[in-house]
Ligand binder design. Structure first.
Ligand SMILES: Cc1ncc(COP(=O)(O)O)c(C=O)c1O
Length: 386
């Protein structure tokens, strides 16, 4: 039987956002897109310039950039002191195909793979589409919504695998280094294979550090992408790092399932690595936006959150106002022009009383969104009190 999977519910919010966009703009209150987790900035200027040149001068064939693989391997050496051979790097069309490849490399149909709940919606759905079984670890505010060694140790029977994300989506929380080491110890003892989704690495605040899992688990399969830190989601470029024993099978999967990422993107991605000033400028903007949102939450009556250590999200409990986060996000959008993501995307059980705000927009838009939301939330709270 084919697997039935859920759509991204945030798409319904985004569809409405686009439908009302013209009227909202005409009314002087343009829609603010905080529903998807994507930077509102474009790729670094030098990367775009490189892409223009490549488009003008080269055929766009099937191609893999050896230079990019070498640059990515060097990145692990420079940032974590970890030696990665360029042959271990497999270039992909973003983290999403990398996830498919990682799962089929490590697991067979029927495998039980642990994921955090709340967690990135595609983990659950990709596992199901591949006829694997997502086993959800309930992660509450006391665990800062992320996996713990104790929870993993208590799972009976032990799962075959674990997908880790730190910083995580939708919460932005980072697993502390000692907890991460304890998680890996449990995995090694219980024979649990780990996939580490490091797509939000580079985006951390207030001294939080997200180190590659390769530093503690050379057998981990690592997923990464140009979609977040590098501000290039539509360029569809990412990578996998696999242990040497899996290189041939990883390359065979990429070749058969996806061939190669676009030539333009690979060329631009290589240049993007050298655009650190511009990219760090984005991180500084996100840090300002994060602080603005955190400072404003009490006035919105949103007290039950875990301050994000990284990524660009705030995951907030709105259970005092609704038990239907989808209807809540649609109403918020209709009334204020602010688009947000309903919690049901990330947590099919508790998500009815959570929503996620993405602050990867401009600081002016964050300020505007908060100013619009403040009276709206005040009115909702007054209604709820009656
Ligand atoms: C945790 C996580 N992993 C993977 C992805 C997919 O990213 P990509 O654009 O690289 O396919 C996303 C996108 O939002 C994400 O949040």
């Amino acid at each position: 039987m084919t697997a039935q999977i859920e759509p991204f519910h945030a798409i319904a919010v985004s569809t409405l956002a686009h439908r009302i966009a013209a009227d909202a703009a005409a009314a002087g209150r343009p829609v603010i897109h905080m529903e998807f987790g994507q930077p509102s900035t474009s790729a670094p200027a030098a990367a775009i310039a490189r892409a223009h040149h490549v488009l003008d001068t080269q055929a766009q064939g099937y191609w893999e950039s050896q230079a990019l693989k070498e640059r990515i391997a060097r990145h692990y050496h420079d940032t974590a002191g970890v030696t990665v051979d360029p042959s271990q790097v497999v270039l992909t069309c973003g983290a999403s195909p990398a996830l498919v490849m990682a799962l089929t490399l490590r697991f067979a149909p029927g495998a039980r793979v642990a994921i955090a709940r709340p967690g990135y919606v595609a983990y659950r759905n990709t596992l199901r589409a591949l006829h694997m079984e997502p086993v959800e670890l309930v992660c509450g505010p006391q665990e800062r919504f992320n996996v713990t060694a104790a929870a993993l140790a208590a799972m009976e029977p032990a799962p075959d695998g674990l997908i880790l994300a730190s910083p995580a989506n939708p919460t932005g929380t980072v697993i502390a280094p000692d907890e991460l080491a304890a998680i890996i110890k449990v995995c090694q003892t219980r024979g649990i294979a780990v996939i580490s989704d490091e797509i939000y690495h580079g985006l951390t605040y207030d001294g939080a550090q997200a180190q590659t899992l390769l530093a503690v688990d050379p057998e981990a399969v690592i997923i990464n992408s140009f979609s977040k830190y590098f501000s290039m989601p539509g360029w569809r470029l990412g990578w996998l790092v696999v242990p040497p024993a899996l290189v041939d099978q990883a390359r065979a999967r990429m070749g058969n399932l996806f061939l190669t990422p676009p030539v333009l993107s690979q060329n631009a991605g290589l240049v993007a690595f050298e655009c650190q000033d511009e990219l760090q400028g984005h991180v500084a903007a996100y840090a300002r936006n994060r602080q603005l949102v955190l400072d404003a939450l009490p006035a919105l009556g949103l007290a039950r959150i875990a301050p994000p250590d990284g990524a660009f999200y705030v995951w907030a409990d709105i259970g005092h106002l609704t038990d239907d986060s989808m209807a809540f996000c649609l109403k918020l959008l209709e009334d204020t022009g602010v688009a947000t993501a309903p919690g049901i995307d990330f947590d099919p059980v508790e998500g009815r009383r959570f929503f996620r705000i993405s602050f990867a927009v401009s600081t002016a838009e964050v300020e505007d969104a908060l100013a619009r939301m403040k009276p709206w939330f005040a009115a909702r709270m007054a209604e709820a009190a009656v």
